[in-house]
Design a protein around this ligand. Structure first.
Ligand SMILES: Nc1ncnc2c1ncn2[C@@H]1O[C@H](COP(=O)(O)OP(=O)(O)O)[C@@H](O)[C@H]1O
Ligand SMILES: [Mg+2]
Length: 925
């Protein structure tokens, strides 16, 4: 290769990151700059330097393969998976769900838009690769990377911490690329390191010219070259190649020639050089431009109409003219060179060539996706083979979790399918894929599918999906009406399908569709469900309706558990109605919820979509918040937040995610309240999430000392609860009471909380009952009530609420001048609050203890009792001899998180190593 000039500074800088990454401190480096500035060249140089010490894997985005499902990921990783044993080892454990990306046949999962599962599997595949040697993943031309691969790179980029991985990307700035928002997710990551190669200086340009022309340039000539290229190495090399081919000497007499070639050197000089080559060489260059870099020799030869035997001579001429690279696989020296040649073809010619390429590839048995990529560049001709092939490519992409690619192929398949043929199933497939990418398009195609399909189960499936798409688009009324219509049109024997549609229609009411009073019809279903998913959906909705109106916790929970039994509900409806059942268990404080979550979370990692993963992480976060496992709650909710970021669509789910996260951060004492209020954002009234949002706003306003606004917001919450069944019926009064108390309106506050006590006693779940008792006991300064609060919560799963009750009891005792008696509950409160990670409460309790004359040391908390639930889980697994990687896979966290938990736990336990763990744990009963 030719010499590399003036890159010492960049390489020194990169060497540092390189060393850190090799040592296990993962890095993300983005080499950015305009076309031709030398990004690819720098990437090549770094790869070369890394060869000895890292495993180097490379890939390149290419505009032509824009829709190739996971094209870049496959370029990067596929070669590692060719040997069967190694493949098995690399795809073991959590990496298993990546197998679909590499064309493994169906693993029993439906694969429907399993994007999240693919991302998670690929992440572990990369960690597995990095286990025996540090890994350099180099992705050039990131702007042209296919969207599924881009999603993965964004996912990986956030999880490099504590891994020996250097993720190195080349990115042309000012190029919108495949997906600007997603590119932004990667490049705007605070941890991303940006490197910008600079233009060559006058001295660099001189060296460059001397090397290529074998002669030092004269001063004026050099100045002209520098000025006309701005020191851009690509422009310079094209200019110099042009000068060389004309036999120009680099002296003052030829300055005019430099100026004549001018700054727009690339396309003009390339085309000029190409025109001088024999016709066969031109045809070959055009064929490579159409087929894309890396095309096979036989295909290029056929498309160019050149005998294979003569291809070598043609490519040699093209390499000499600095158009193709001198090595295989065939590729252009630069994308701009390809562009120049490609765009010289008229649009009609281009299309014709792509159509011919598609036919050639099909005849040579190329994979469906490769043919499909060519077809996407042609206009539909209604050819049956093309439609079938595109449909196959669409299914493959869907199976791999590459939803965007699937949508592109299936849309084209639809265009290629004559309107008079049976398109129902194709429309259903397309709509089902579009649900994940574009709600509007999904709604349109699913509505058509519904019209065209005849068989009842498919019709019901189309209606169910259509309803969900409409619901997430904010068209609850339409969603309800399609469900109603589809239910009415089902044949008599399809009872369970009908029930599923009915359950969905009830759900739409929570999204502002229809009259909330209709929800009371769900009371008919407050009995254990029959066998099918439809009746279980109704049971789940009935359980939730009961929680929100007049149900009793034990009965609601029994109904929810019955709905969830046997997993039929989740299989039929993984991301909507299933949450009615699970959240019922959360609000009723059932210990079973831990076991219920396990398969749900496992399953989403195995085959879930990004949207279902985000929803699951939200509700799992809420579940942990209720249980007082704040670190786990924060982790889930932040994960959900970043999944929404990757997904790129916002809806009311984002509001609920923000709500729970704000509350969690507030309890953790990590952020100031006014910041959290800003973070909470806004919400539309009457959403299914409005009640949660208003409640959190009351909490934060009260904490911020804005009690007047808090009362007003609590009144909004009260009005909301009166209009729409909402679980906040169990706690809005005590929230308002706490705000009223700040305004010295204690009598009102007490009256309101007494009313709530009737409600929560009737309901009978520890969290809400304990909460009412605590607020009332504090207001009334009634030790007995507070003791009752403590005893209601003591054996429950609601640990944070338990700590709050203890703290309230201690504080009330202290105020009653019983400091000695107060110490015991306060000490216990401090213990439990710390184990919850509830720093705000812990801080408050510490000051109470001080006021009682006790002197709690800051680090007084040690021992197994002080471990947070998350730390405890990690410690137990570590003590059982599991490696950090095993633990990370089992708990669905990153190895970095495991390390953090372990080191915190060691500190609390006063030990240094894993070997001591067993002894410490054995010492406790
Ligand atoms: N620092 C350099 N010294 C010498 N040649 C360079 C340098 N940087 C780039 N080149 C050459 O310039 C051309 C364009 O560089 P390339 O890395 O492909 O640009 P980019 O990827 O930024 O579009 C290539 O032929 C490359 O070898
Ligand atoms: Mg480049």
């Amino acid at each position: 290769m030719d010499g590399l000039f003036e890159r010492g500074r960049e390489l020194d800088e990169l060497d540092v990151h390189f060393a850190r990454a090799t040592a296990g401190d993962g890095r993300l480096v983005v080499v950015e700059g305009p076309a031709g500035i030398g990004k690819s060249r720098l990437l090549t140089e770094i790869r070369r330097r890394a060869e000895g010490s890292m495993r180097v894997l490379s890939a390149r985005g290419s505009g032509l393969e824009g829709e190739f499902a996971f094209g870049v990921v496959r370029q990067l990783l596929e070669a590692q998976l060719t040997k069967p044993e190694r493949r098995e080892a690399l795809l073991a454990g959590a990496a298993a769900s990546a197998a679909a990306v590499f064309g493994e046949p169906d693993s029993g999962a439906d694969g429907g838009g399993a994007t999240f599962a693919s991302l998670h599997g690929l992440y572990w595949l990369v960690l597995n690769l990095a286990e025996d040697a540090p890994l350099l993943l180099a992705v050039d031309d990131l702007h042209w990377c296919d969207r599924p691969s881009l999603l993965f790179l964004a996912y990986l980029a956030r999880r490099l911490e504590s891994q020996p991985i250097l993720l190195l990307m080349g990115l042309r700035d000012a190029e919108p690329g495949t997906d600007p928002a997603l590119l932004g997710e990667i490049t705007h990551d605070p941890a991303a390191i940006s490197v910008r190669p600079r233009p060559l200086s006058g001295a660099g340009v001189a060296e460059f010219i001397e090397e290529r022309l074998g002669m030092a340039p004269d001063g004026e000539f050099l100045a002209a070259c520098h000025e006309s290229t701005g020191g851009n190495p690509l422009l310079l090399s094209q200019l110099v190649t042009a000068l060389r081919s004309e036999g120009v000497r680099p002296d003052a007499g030829h300055v005019g020639r430099v100026k004549a070639i001018g700054p727009q050197a690339v396309s003009r000089t390339v085309l000029l050089r190409l025109a001088r080559l024999p016709a066969e060489a031109r045809a070959v260059a055009q064929a490579v431009a159409v087929l894309g870099d890396g095309a096979g020799i036989p295909t290029v030869a056929k498309l160019a109409g050149v005998a294979e035997g003569r291809l070598a001579a043609a490519t040699r001429g093209l390499a000499h003219a600095d158009i193709l690279r001198p090595e295989l696989p065939l590729s252009f020296v630069h994308p701009l060179v390809r562009d120049a040649i490609y765009h010289e073809l008229s649009p009609g010619e281009r299309e014709l060539q792509h159509a011919r390429a598609a036919a050639l590839l099909r005849d040579s048995g190329a994979p469906a996706e490769q043919v499909a990529a060519q077809l996407l560049h042609t206009s539909p001709r209604g050819e049956r083979w093309a439609a079938e092939l595109l449909r196959e490519a669409g299914r493959d992409a869907m199976h791999a979790g590459a939803v965007d690619s699937a949508v592109a192929y299936l849309r084209r398949a639809l265009d290629d399918t004559p309107a008079d043929t049976d398109r129902g199933r194709l429309l259903l497939e397309l709509g089902a894929a579009e649900v994940f990418t574009s709600g509007r398009a999904a709604a349109k195609h699913l509505a058509l599918a519904y019209e065209e399909l005849a068989e009842p189960a498919s019709r019901a499936a189309a209606a169910g999906l259509l309803g969900r798409a409409l619901l997430f688009l904010g068209s609850g009324e339409e969603a309800a009406s399609i469900a109603r219509r589809a239910a009415a049109e089902l044949p008599d024997e399809s009872d369970d399908l009908r029930m599923g549609l009915e359950a969905f229609e009830f759900m739409t009411i929570n999204f502002r569709a229809g009259d909330p009073r209709h929800l009371s019809r769900l009371r008919e279903y407050r009995h254990l469900p029959g066998g099918g998913p439809g009746s279980r959906m109704l049971a789940a909705m009935a359980a939730w309706e009961a929680v929100c109106t007049d149900g009793n916790a034990a009965e609601c929970a029994a109904l929810a558990l019955a709905a969830l039994a046997g997993d039929h509900l989740r299989a039929a409806d993984p991301a909507l109605i299933v949450f009615a059942a699970i959240v019922t268990l959360v609000v009723t404080d059932r210990p079973e919820v831990v076991e219920v979550w396990q398969p749900v979370i496992a399953d989403t990692h195995r085959r879930g979509s990004l949207l279902s993963a985000a929803s699951i992480h939200i509700w799992h976060g809420f579940s942990n918040l209720r249980r007082g496992d704040l670190a786990a709650a924060e982790e889930s909710l932040r994960t959900a937040e970043s999944e929404f970021g990757l997904w790129g669509h916002a809806d009311s789910s984002v509001a609920i995610c923000r709500t729970f996260l704000a509350e969690t951060l507030h309890e953790r004492g990590r952020s100031d309240v006014s910041g959290l209020l800003v973070r909470l954002g806004t919400i539309d009234p009457g959403e299914n999430t409005t009640g949660w949002w208003l409640g959190t706003r009351v909490v934060l306003l009260t904490a911020a000392g804005r009690a007047g606004e808090a009362v007003a917001t609590a009144d909004e919450l009260a009005a909301h609860c009166a209009a729409i069944p909402d679980p906040a019926r169990l706690w809005w009064r005590s929230l308002k009471a706490e705000a009223l108390d700040r305004l010295d309106r204690r009598a009102e506050a007490i009256e309101l909380t007494r009313q709530e006590l009737e409600v929560t006693r009737e309901f009978g779940a520890p969290w809400s009952l304990g909460r009412t008792l605590r607020v009332l006991g504090t207001l009334e300064r009634d030790e007995d009530r507070l003791r009752e609060a403590v005893s209601v919560l003591e054996g429950s799963t609601a640990r944070l609420e338990y700590a709050k009750a203890l703290a309230a009891l201690g504080a009330t005792l202290r105020r009653a001048r019983k400091p000695t008696e107060a110490r015991e509950p306060l000490r216990r409160a401090l213990e439990v609050a710390s184990a919850c990670g509830a720093e705000r409460l812990a801080e408050h309790v510490r000051s109470e203890l001080h006021a009682c004359g006790a002197r709690p040391r800051r680090d007084a908390l040690s021992g197994v009792q002080s471990l947070t639930p998350g730390e405890r889980r990690v410690v137990d697994l570590a003590a059982a001899g599991r490696t950090n990687r095993d633990i990370a896979q089992e708990l669905y966290v990153t190895p970095g998180t495991v390390e953090v938990h372990l080191s915190n736990a060691y500190r609390k336990l006063g030990i240094r190593s894993r070997s001591e763990l067993e002894r410490v744990l054995a010492a406790i009963p």
